[in-house]
Design a protein around this ligand. Structure first.
Ligand code: NDP
Length: 491
């Protein structure tokens, strides 16, 4: 272990050990014996120091002109671009994503960073006429304060970047608590911002367990915003503990794809393979329920099985790998458990369902047929490469099936009937609907997020993302030289 690098917390512009001196390891889920780094186990004391640093830095950073803040973001994007190859490689080693998807994750971080740099020259408020003479009315955007950002491991650069870059451009300071499964990716992102010239204390990072470091951040009374992405149960306990803070929660999904009898089936198979098995099914937008019209059910099942058989499991660094490992042993066990649940519920296992005999936390791509909407495998977020097929007799039944879940993140329909496509847009209960494309693949200038038990608070990305991290101030300028009383002087 002597050649394994020791990584630090980033507090007030310094790389430091945790107060307790305790550490944890990050490993490679494809080769669990490969240790990628030793990381600091931050706790409440480290969070307190980080919040103190963020508080000190707030005055200067919040008063720095937003276009200038944007220049630091632009430099960060440039550094991420220059290092994209090595960042993607490390990401594949740390969380198992195949290398092409890891490059996509880094690219998304670059895209949101550039996008938010540009927002530094906008951050629009508005002006509007006053009811009274010689009076001017406008709104401006103000930072909210110290933001506590808590992120998951499955998009280890993109999701932290959505939050960090948006909070920064709005003039906030930050304490960032990344996932304990991907502290290396988080550290690389912070290093890029430091190298780009971000002043000390503006961004602080405390690695460490969610229930201690994370929860201390949630409860800290100087933190104004908690922006969290992760599991629904974690989000629920955060909401309970946050007190009077602004809380943004992006949580789980159980996303569905509808395949109508007039759909282009080759296109739909591509969509289900990408949506169901991409990132080994470990996306909040993963398509884990496929709702197929009875008339094409058998044909579609046959086409899908043929493609699943060709998927190659392996180390994401190998160029011919289609599916990498799950993030850890617990995730592997969870997928195995849900296969048993599905069988016991009476679903028909068409393919997969096994842990392959290799090192690493792999799981065979799995397809269940003859599922009903109320089965647990069709209701609960598994976060593994397991897809449930539900067959329906018509469009109305398909809409009912896709909406029969507690979540509301992403959705898709494959059809060549334009009327059905438009009807689906308005009837599907989800934050995102794709027409003739899979449930995944968001663009940073559009809002992203879910409804029902998936999301609470503002959307991320695009202009909507700015709303999560800024306050609107209403300003009246009265240049009449006399006391004008709105309403009363008009009555
Ligand atoms: P978790 O909820 O387990 O963890 C997310 C973050 O919360 C981690 O940093 C974790 O720290 C921290 N955390 C854990 N417990 C607490 C606590 N008690 N108080 C404060 N923080 C805590 O989710 P995963 O990392 O496993 O991510 C997968 C989940 O994220 C899935 O449900 C997925 O659907 C969802 N997700 C949602 C997205 C969306 O936009 N809607 C996007 C991507 C993922 P630690 O790692 O130390 O436990």
């Amino acid at each position: 272990m002597s050649d394994v690098k020791n990584f630090k917390l980033y507090v007030d512009g310094e790389w430091v050990n945790s107060v307790s001196g305790e550490t944890f390891l990050s490993d490679n889920p494809a080769k669990p014996k490969q240790i990628l780094g030793i990381f600091q186990k931050g706790n409440q004391e480290d969070i307190n120091k980080a919040v103190e640093a963020a508080e000190k830095a707030f005055e200067v950073w919040s008063q720095t002109p937003a276009p200038k803040r944007g220049l630091i973001l632009l430099r960060t994007a440039q550094l991420l671009r220059e290092n994209k190859k090595s960042l993607a490689r490390e990401m594949t080693m740390e969380m198992g994503k195949i290398i092409a998807e890891a490059r996509g994750d880094v690219q998304e971080a670059i895209d949101i960073t550039e996008y938010m740099a540009g927002e530094g020259r906008r951050l629009f408020g508005f002006t509007t006429p006053s009811e009274l003479r010689k009076k001017f009315c406008m709104t401006i955007r103000m930072p909210v304060g110290i933001c506590g950002l808590i992120t998951p491991w499955n998009f280890p650069m993109a999701i932290p970047s959505w939050k960090i870059m948006t909070a920064l451009i709005c003039g906030n300071t930050i304490v960032f608590k990344p996932s304990s499964d991907t502290p290396l990716c988080a550290t690389r992102l912070v290093e890029a911002l430091e190298e780009a010239g971000l002043p000390k204390g503006v961004l602080n990072m405390v690695t460490g367990p969610g229930d201690t470091a994370g929860m201390s951040l949630v409860r800290h009374n100087k933190v104004e915003v908690i922006s969290f992405t992760g599991h629904k149960d974690t989000g629920t306990s955060i909401l309970r503990e946050a007190g009077l803070k602004r809380v943004g929660l992006e949580m789980g999904g159980k996303n569905g794809i509808i395949i109508m009898d007039d759909a282009n089936l080759d296109l739909a198979v591509d969509g289900v393979i990408w949506g169901g098995y991409g990132t080994t099914g470990q996306r909040c937008t993963a398509a884990s329920r496929v709702i197929v019209h009875d008339r094409i059910k058998e044909k579609f099942e046959t086409m899908l099985i043929k493609r699943i058989k060709k998927l190659k499991l392996g180390d994401g660094l190998e160029p011919d790998t289609d599916i990498g490992p799950l993030i850890n042993k617990a995730a592997q066990e969870k997928s195995a458990k849900y296969v048993e649940v599905g069988k016991n519920e009476g679903a028909k296992l068409l393919i997969g369902g096994k842990v392959p005999k290799t090192d690493g936390f792999f799981f065979a791509p799995t397809l269940f047929a003859d599922c009903s909407v109320d089965m647990r495998i069709a209701q609960e977020e598994i976060f593994g490469p397991i897809v449930s097929l539900i067959s329906v007799g018509d469009f109305d039944e398909a809409i009912e099936a896709i909406n029969s879940i507690e979540y509301g993140l992403s959705s898709a329909i494959y059809t060549n009937d334009v009327s059905k496509a438009f009807e689906a847009i308005t009837r599907i209960e989800a934050g995102l609907t794709y027409i003739n494309s899979s449930t995944i693949g968001s663009e940073v200038h559009l809002p992203f997020g879910g409804i029902k038990h998936t999301g609470l608070g503002a959307r991320e990305g695009g202009i909507e993302g700015i709303n999560e991290f800024s306050e609107i101030k209403t300003v009246y300028v009265d240049y009449s030289g006399k006391l004008q009383k709105a309403q009363i002087d008009l009555a």
